[in-house]
Design a protein around this ligand. Structure first.
Ligand code: SF4
Length: 375
C-alpha cells in the first residue's frame, strides 16, 4: 500500500483564502520539474514497496504543467517505481487548464482520476474568492472530461462564503448533481492567517465569516447527500458507488507515503519528514542530495492520537483490536474507558465492533477525538 504525492507549487493567481505553498511566478517551473525528477531517483528506497497503489499530483495547480513536463516526470516515475492499471493516478486540475489536448495526454499517461478545483458554479462567489475561472468554464471542463472517458471525477466545493445564500448553495449542489460526478469534497471557508482574506476582513473590506451560515450550508449539504444516494465516507468527502479516493483513504488509514516536491511531507509509519517550502532552497537541497529538510519521530502517544483522530473522521472508524495491537494495553485501556462513558457512547454506532461515529458524532468529530487523546 505505497502512496506517492507530488507537489506542484504553481498557480496562475492566488485565491484569497489559500495558504498552501504556491507561487504565481512560473520562472522556475522547468528547474522544479527537473528537481522533481532527481528527487524521484534520490528517494527511490524510501517506500517499503515501489509498486504504487496511488499517485497524486497536488498543489498548487498541477494542470498548469505542460504535456512535456508531465512526460518528464512520468519517465522518472516509470524508471524507479511501478505503476499499472490498478494504480489510482489523480491530478488536481483547474477548469481553465482542461482542454482536449491536455485531457487526451492525461489518458495516454494512465491518469485515471481528476480532481477539478471548482469551488462554486456561481460567478459572483468565484470572483469573491479570486478564482481564475467562471462557473460556465467549470461546467464545460467537467463535461469535456467525462466525454473523454474520465468517470472517476472529484470536484471541490466551498461553503460558508459570505453572500452564498441558501438558494445559491442549493443551485450549486443541483448543478453538481446534474453533472453526475462520482465524488465531492466540500469544505467550509476558513480564515487562515496571512492570507488576502485575512487582510481584507481585518481591514473591513470583506464581511467576517459567520459560523452560523456555514452550519446552515453544512446541514443542507448532509440532507442533499442523503437524498441523492451519495455516501459520506469522511467528514468532508462524499461519493457514490464506492468511488472513494484511495489516496486520501491511505492517509486516513495511516499507510506510508512519499511526498515529492517543495513543501511535500512523507510518512514511513514511524516518522514524518518534509521538504523545505522554498523554491530555490528546495532545488539546492535536491542538487546536494539532501533527503529531507526536517523530520519528527512520532512518539507512541502521537501515533495513537493521530490514529484515533483520523479513524473517527471516516465511516470505517477504528477497531479496538487494532488499538491493542499497535499501542498496547495502555492505549487500549485508555480508549476503552473513554468510549464506555454514556456521554461518549451516545455518539457511536452501536451495531458494530468498531469505534464509528454516528451522524451526530460526525458533527463534533474533532471534539470527540480530543477526548480520546493521550497527552
Ligand atoms: S488554485 Fe488552489 S492552490 Fe492555487 S491559490 Fe487557488 S486554492 Fe491555492
Amino acid at each position: 500500500m505505497s502512496s506517492m504525492y507530488i507537489h506542484i507549487p504553481f498557480c496562475k493567481q492566488k485565491c484569497h483564502y489559500c495558504n498552501f505553498f504556491t507561487t504565481v511566478s512560473l520562472k522556475s517551473k522547468d528547474r522544479i520539474v527537473d528537481s522533481i525528477c532527481k528527487e524521484l531517483r534520490l528517494k527511490r528506497n524510501f517506500l517499503s514497496s515501489n509498486k504504487l497503489s496511488t499517485l497524486y499530483f497536488g498543489g498548487g495547480t498541477p494542470s498548469l504543467l505542460s504535456n512535456k513536463d508531465f512526460d518528464l516526470i512520468f519517465a522518472a516515475i516509470h524508471k524507479y517505481y511501478t505503476i499499472d492499471d490498478d494504480t489510482e493516478i489523480t491530478v488536481e486540475a483547474n477548469p481553465e487548464d482542461l482542454n482536449k489536448d491536455k485531457l487526451l495526454h492525461f489518458k495516454q499517461l494512465g491518469i485515471n482520476r481528476l480532481s477539478i478545483g471548482t469551488q462554486s458554479f456561481n460567478d459572483e462567489i468565484l470572483h469573491q474568492l479570486n478564482r481564475n475561472h467562471s462557473g460556465k468554464e467549470a461546467i464545460n471542463s467537467i463535461v469535456l472530461a467525462k466525454e473523454l472517458g474520465f468517470n472517476n471525477l472529484n470536484i471541490d466545493l466551498i461553503y460558508g462564503v459570505p453572500g452564498l445564500t441558501e438558494n445559491c448553495w442549493e443551485d450549486t449542489l443541483n448543478t453538481f448533481l446534474s453533472l453526475d460526478i462520482s465524488h465531492l469534497s466540500a469544505y467550509s471557508l476558513t480564515l487562515e492567517p496571512k492570507t488576502t482574506l485575512d487582510f481584507l476582513i481585518r481591514n473591513k473590506r470583506y464581511p467576517p465569516l459567520r459560523e452560523k451560515d456555514s452550519l446552515v450550508h453544512w446541514n443542507y449539504l448532509l440532507n442533499f447527500i442523503k437524498n441523492n444516494n451519495y455516501e459520506q465516507y469522511e467528514i468532508s468527502n462524499f461519493c457514490k458507488n464506492s468511488s472513494y479516493s484511495r489516496h486520501n483513504t491511505n492517509y486516513w488509514k495511516q499507510k506510508e507515503y512519499l511526498g515529492i516536491g517543495p513543501a511535500a511531507h512523507s510518512f514511513n509509519l514511524v516518522s514524518r519528514q518534509w521538504n523545505i517550502a522554498q523554491i530555490e532552497k528546495y532545488i539546492q537541497d535536491i542538487d546536494n542530495n539532501i533527503n529531507f529538510n526536517g523530520s519528527e519521530l512520532l512518539t507512541k502517544n502521537d501515533a495513537y492520537n493521530e490514529f484515533v483522530m483520523l479513524g473517527l473522521r471516516t465511516k470505517w472508524g477504528f477497531s479496538l483490536k487494532e488499538v491493542k495491537k499497535r499501542f498496547g494495553d495502555n492505549g487500549y485501556n485508555y480508549c476503552l474507558t473513554i468510549i464506555s462513558t454514556d456521554s461518549f457512547k451516545k455518539y457511536l454506532l452501536d451495531n458494530t465492533d468498531k469505534v464509528i461515529l454516528n451522524e451526530e458524532g460526525l458533527k463534533i468529530a474533532d471534539k470527540l477525538a480530543s477526548e480520546l487523546f493521550i497527552v
